[in-house]
Design a protein around this ligand. Structure first.
Ligand SMILES: [Zn+2]
Length: 96
């Protein structure tokens, strides 16, 4: 049988080997979440990968932080949903 080399990369956050389909490159991570990751994983930098499990964890932490910080105001999720609806409206208008 041919040796199958499965392509893996190391998640610089949890240090586990992950398949390429299970990680995201740092440049695909939103800047605000990147700050949170760097804070907790000092070795993680712009050229690193982060696995989706870690990314989800940080994303949840980020949303929690934002909700706490903006008590009584729109949560970040609501803001994002509002923005993407506006973007869709614009797209549809362009097609028309
Ligand atoms: Zn990881």
């Amino acid at each position: 049988m041919p040796r199958q080399k499965q392509q893996t990369v190391q998640c610089q956050c949890c240090r586990q080997e992950k398949r390429l389909s299970d990680v995201l490159p740092a440049e695909a991570v939103r800047e605000s979440i990147m700050e949170l990751i760097k804070h907790q994983c000092p070795d993680w930098s712009a050229g690193s990968f982060i696995c989706l499990a870690d990314l989800n964890r940080f994303r949840n932490q980020y949303v929690e932080q934002e909700v706490k910080a903006e008590k009584g105001e729109l949560s970040i999720l609501e803001v994002e949903v509002g923005q993407s609806i506006k973007e869709q409206e614009l797209l549809f208008r362009d097609i028309d």
